[in-house]
Design a protein around this ligand. Structure first.
Ligand code: ADP
Length: 448
């Protein structure tokens, strides 16, 4: 097992990894920008190294600085968390070439899944159903029109290197398509340094359902069921739950086994999430994330599996501590993403947190790096914490969520917490009857 892990991240996820390491008897090294000197992940780590100024490009994405920090502290592995360098195949290679372990899949798998076009081809070959679309990239507008005739409208133009819900353009008719291809290309080139785009049938009212997998280097692959992440704003997840209100045990087992077989065929190692759109009882693959996800606690709460602990153990060459037959799905878990943003306008609200009072009690978990008196810097993502609740059934979980939201106090800044209190009063949400556009439609109605 590793003796010392460098955590190449910040915020709640850095803390989550630190906690798993300490429970495993592993020392931690935090890296941080000059803006994060007082961050909780820095205060709790065994050692910390400042790796640059506030801008992420010069600190959390600064590979030479991070590698220097790993060398001077004698770390033997690097955990990338999510975001930042977590899906950067080159970074994984550099870590390995320095004789350290990258806690994640192989650089080849990161690369394969990082390009959504090659990912789609690979999973389709492995037996996973995909969204109908262009087989590869779209080279010119004429190409797009010919393919559109085959697939039919509406269509979504998507960036091969896209992420974070960006780089997508909708075309409902032929005359919108050329413009959509051009805009998507330009935006993707500016945002991701790669203007490659492809076409996908636009599904009108699907749910977003994803399957968590974990695979070790001894040939064991296990699926840990699904998470429903259909409550989204601007293609970004806002609330996640497990199990999905739309699936029954047979449906869960069926998609779980399809994914499990495919992941085994691909020879994947580590934790990963296979994301689908789900409409009219059918699953359509959209992408695979080759890292730990923000919403992983929802799966931990219903299965009792410590995903980060297993992820670290697998990277150290150990066998998974459980088999598929050991996995039991117990009750319902719901996660709310708490952002430092105005709850209606979603304008970021960084600044000093005056009071921070976490909720407690049975079935309540708060993953956050915030504390009273902490100043949220304006330079990074606005996610400041995640409130996760577990209940024996969905009704229990909803009641527990409402009670925990009442207890949770954050003052001094705006947060998205009031949004969840309002959502809980909605009958459709209470029934679990929603799709990926539901939240935006609800917000538009609510504000008018
Ligand atoms: P990203 O990597 O940017 O998150 P994804 O491919 O995972 O991109 O898609 C993010 C979200 O965009 C999905 O959860 C869904 O809401 C929407 N989306 C993606 N593809 C489609 C599609 N073909 N039809 C309808 N919505 C889509």
């Amino acid at each position: 097992m590793f003796e010392k892990v460098l955590i190449a991240n910040r915020g709640e996820i850095a803390l989550r990894i630190h906690r798993a390491c300490h429970e495993m008897g592993i020392a931690t090294v935090a890296v941080h920008s000059t803006a994060d000197r007082d961050a909780k992940h820095v205060l709790l780590a065994d050692e910390s190294v400042c790796i640059g100024p506030p801008a992420a490009a010069q600190s959390y994405l600064n590979v030479p600085s991070i590698m220097a920090a790993a060398e001077i502290t004698g770390a033997d592995a690097v955990h990338p968390g999510y975001g930042f360098l977590s899906e950067n195949a080159r970074f994984a290679e550099i870590v390995q070439s320095h004789g350290l372990t990258f806690i994640g899949p192989s650089p080849d798998h990161i690369r394969l899944m990082g390009d959504k076009i090659t990912a789609k081809v690979a999973v389709k070959e492995a037996g996973i159903p995909v969204v109908p679309g262009s087989v590869g990239e779209i080279n010119d507008p004429e190409d797009a029109i010919a393919i559109a005739k085959d697939i039919g409208f509406p269509l979504l133009v998507k960036a091969a290197s896209g992420g974070g819900g960006r780089g997508m353009k909708l075309a409902r008719k032929e005359d919108e398509l050329i413009q959509a291809v051009q805009t998507a290309r330009a935006e993707a080139a500016a945002a991701f340094g790669d203007g490659t785009v492809y076409l996908e049938r636009y599904l009108e009212q699907p749910r977003h359902i994803e399957v968590q997998v974990i695979a070790d280097s001894h040939g064991n692959v296990v699926h840990l069921g699904e998470r429903d992440c259909s409550l989204q704003r601007r293609n970004q997840k806002v609330l996640e739950e497990a199990p999905s209100p739309a699936l029954d045990q047979a449906g869960r087992e069926e998609i779980g086994q399809i994914v499990r077989k495919a992941i085994s065929k691909i020879g994947y190692l580590g934790v990963g999430t296979v994301e689908f759109l789900y409409e009219d009882g059918k699953f359509y693959f959209i992408e695979m994330n080759t890292r730990l996800q923000v919403e992983h606690p929802v799966t931990e709460m219903v299965t009792g599996v410590d995903l980060v602990r297993e992820q670290i153990a697998i990277a150290a060459g150990e066998k998974l501590s459980f088999t598929q037959d050991d996995v039991r799905f117990n009750g319902c878990a719901i996660e709310c993403r708490i952002n430092a943003e105005h709850p209606r306008t979603f304008v970021p609200s960084p600044g000093k947190v005056r009071e921070f009072h976490p909720p407690g009690g049975l079935g309540v978990r708060l993953d956050s790096a915030v504390y009273s008196g902490y100043s949220i810097p304006p330079y990074y993502d606005s996610l400041i914490g995640k409130l996760i609740v577990h209940g024996a059934c969905r009704e229990d979980a909803l009641r527990r969520l409402s009670r925990s939201l009442d207890e949770l106090v954050v003052t001094g800044i705006e947060t998205t917490l009031p949004l969840f209190q309002d959502l809980l009063k909605n009958p459709d949400f209470q029934k679990g009857d929603y799709h990926i556009h539901w939240l935006e439609e609800w917000l538009a109605k609510h504000d008018s």
